[in-house]
Design a protein around this ligand. Sequence first.
Ligand SMILES: Cc1cc2nc3c(=O)[nH]c(=O)nc-3n(C[C@H](O)[C@H](O)[C@H](O)COP(=O)(O)O)c2cc1C
Ligand code: SF4
Ligand code: SF4
Length: 259
Amino acid sequence: MILWYSGCGNSRFVADTLSKELGDSNMIFIPDAARQGTALEFGPDDVLGIVFPVYSWSVPKLVSEFLRTACIKGKPAYIFAACTCGDETGLTIKHLKKDLAKQGLTLDAFFSFQMPETYVNLPGFKLDTPENAERKISATKESLEETVKLIQQRAKGNFDRLKGGSSFLKSNILKPLFYGLLITDRKFTVSDDCIGCGICAKNCPLQNITMQNDRPHWNGHCTNCMSCYHRCPKNAINFGKSSIGKGQYYFKSENLKVE
Ligand SMILES: Cc1cc2nc3c(=O)[nH]c(=O)nc-3n(C[C@H](O)[C@H](O)[C@H](O)COP(=O)(O)O)c2cc1C
Ligand code: SF4
Ligand code: SF4
């Protein structure tokens, strides 16, 4: 079973690739499972993979909450996690281990992949150049091949090479400030370029957008994944003034829910 979450498709690409290469088609989208209260059942030989993007040098809150509270029956024989990040993971592995420990589960292997940046909500935070984005995707494709082999061998350990510096400060001090002060949908605006296509609403992983008079309306339970901003075909959505002129990116794949 592969539990996955992705806002802009980077982690979806990693989850899809692992699913295909490992021959495990049981993919569960964490926001759907959280909404539906899906119970997770494991036999003694089962493998569990968890795939998600790094948010604020940690596990996204919605993933943590799901892992801590889901109804889990049985124990997988092997648990691996793969995260994607723009730059650094900080103490993501430590936080994930704590989440799993709440359920009496132990993480066996942890992998990280640099993928194109998606966060544009603060001054100074911008997207990668197209060349950089391409370089990151190529490097991830390459290291996924090695990762698949390691998972098949049931390798154990921390294979994260992207921890970065000042990780305690970033993951433990800045993260609560980030969630308390910066994660909001009150700053989203929509310009007159909007054509009412509804792509933003259809792709919101948290179903936080409803269409009202052919315009998106944000309903207050956003995680700032930035899917709505990046996927808008008219670039009509902005996050205050911070995102203006920064461009758009999402991982394009024929497997994504809606293009
Ligand atoms: C809210 C938010 C917080 C982020 N925080 C970090 C971070 O702490 N470190 C980092 O390297 N990248 C960070 N990023 C970048 C994403 O982790 C990265 O682009 C990831 O591949 C996005 O995955 P997705 O396309 O599956 O949503 C953040 C992105 C968002 C939207
Ligand atoms: S995706 Fe863009 S154009 Fe389409 S409804 Fe949303 S804001 Fe409007
Ligand atoms: S409203 Fe936009 S940023 Fe917030 S969770 Fe939905 S798609 Fe992501």
